[in-house]
Design a protein around this ligand. Structure first.
Ligand code: NDP
Length: 338
């Protein structure tokens, strides 16, 4: 009998989740039915959006159920197959993470041809976060020649690619991130023009105004709150905001207090548009073509923060909200190497 180790959500967190909201559970897996595939997960993605699904409210995805395995993106390999399209050893991506092994129907799996790219990059720069950056900057923010671009949470999985695409296309980029190490990486490795350490600035609006005396034309928002307020304050007329995420708001227990300057949106004729990457699947071929070309040409860099072992996945998730990650947060589920 195969056993599956899984992380369950056992409480709906208030504020920042804690380890006590999760449990590691071992459950038996039934034998494979006809048409099913047994997948052993090797890498698991940890994403800020999971926090939203911990509330018992309907959104673009249903809430997580208590006392069941969580769901999240994962890369694994086929261990056993009773489906003609999947062979043992195939690399597959699914949303059946937060468990080490799973019996999956074929339509829950996407075969990945990894080529020269490390498989876990298909959870990061060559996967959902990468496409989020691409869609947000090119379609939602309608990047135009000459735009000055401001990016928050800029050293993260999404933000670091936004910065690099904008630089590849010749733009002035202003980034914000927490702490000197992230600031140095953005400036020295990614070639970002101006970087704000938001944790060290008494006024984000003043810091942004200093970094962008000409104003900003595009704001790629990963943070919301005070970052959104600063971007609205410094935006030029007709600036476009891609509202990708608002991580500063996900653990709030009371009403938000910022931004307080929404009225400026009208007078400056700003365009703010939220989006969900999965609503833009039509851009996937373009994204895949461009990302593979840029990677093959050595034009992109990425970082990973890797947590070892399924049992430590809750810490990895919690760490996203305190900036513990530097680049894509991943959990390595492969057996420990000696
Ligand atoms: P990141 O790799 O960027 O990790 C999150 C980062 O957010 C942390 O490293 C931290 O960096 C920063 N952060 C956390 N709390 C705060 C805070 N209170 N104020 C400022 N910064 C904070 O995560 P992702 O790249 O996966 O996601 C980035 C954003 O994109 C998130 O908001 C996420 O929800 C959103 N997203 C949206 C999608 C969509 O379809 N719309 C799809 C995927 C992601 P630092 O140390 O710099 O503070």
């Amino acid at each position: 009998m195969t056993e599956s180790k899984q992380i369950h959500l056992i409480n709906r967190p208030t504020g920042l989740p804690s380890k006590a909201d999760f449990a590691l559970v071992t459950a038996p897996l039934p034998p494979l039915a006809d048409g099913e595939i047994r997948v052993r997960n090797d890498w698991m993605s940890v994403d800020p959006a999971m926090r939203g699904r911990m509330h018992d409210v309907e959104s673009y995805k249903p809430p997580f159920k208590l006392n069941e395995a969580l769901y999240g993106l994962a890369i694994g390999h086929v261990e056993e197959s009773r489906h003609p399209d999947f062979q043992v050893g195939d690399i597959v991506r699914s949303e059946l993470g937060w468990r080490d092994v799973v019996n999956a129907p074929a339509d829950a799996l996407e075969k990945i041809d990894v080529g020269e790219i490390p498989p876990q990059a298909f959870l990061g720069i060559a996967g959902m976060p990468g496409m989020t950056a691409y869609v947000g900057l090119l379609r939602i923010a309608e990047l135009k020649p000459g735009d000055v671009v401001f990016v928050s949470a800029a050293s993260g999985a999404v933000g670091s690619l936004v910065c690099q695409i904008a630089k590849l296309k010749g733009h002035k980029v202003i980034a914000s991130a927490g702490g000197p190490e992230k600031v140095a990486y953005l400036k020295d490795e990614l070639g970002v023009d101006e970087v704000i350490d938001y944790k060290a600035e008494p006024s984000l609006t003043k810091a942004l105004a200093r970094a962008a005396p000409e104003g900003i034309d595009v704001y790629f928002d990963n943070v919301g709150g005070d970052h959104l307020q600063a971007a609205i304050a410094v935006a030029n007329r007709f600036a476009r905001f891609a509202i990708c995420g608002m991580i500063s708001q996900y653990n709030l227990t009371g009403a938000p207090t910022v931004p307080r300057n929404l009225v400026l949106i009208m007078g400056k004729a700003l365009k703010l548009q939220g989006y969900i990457v999965s609503f833009h699947e039509d851009m996937k071929p373009d994204f895949q073509r461009d990302i593979h070309q840029w990677l093959a040409d050595g034009k992109l860099k990425w970082k990973e923060s890797v947590v070892e072992g399924l049992e430590n996945a809750p810490d990895a998730l919690i760490g996203l909200f305190t900036g513990n990650n530097f680049g894509k947060m991943l959990v390595d589920l492969r057996p420990a190497q000696d």
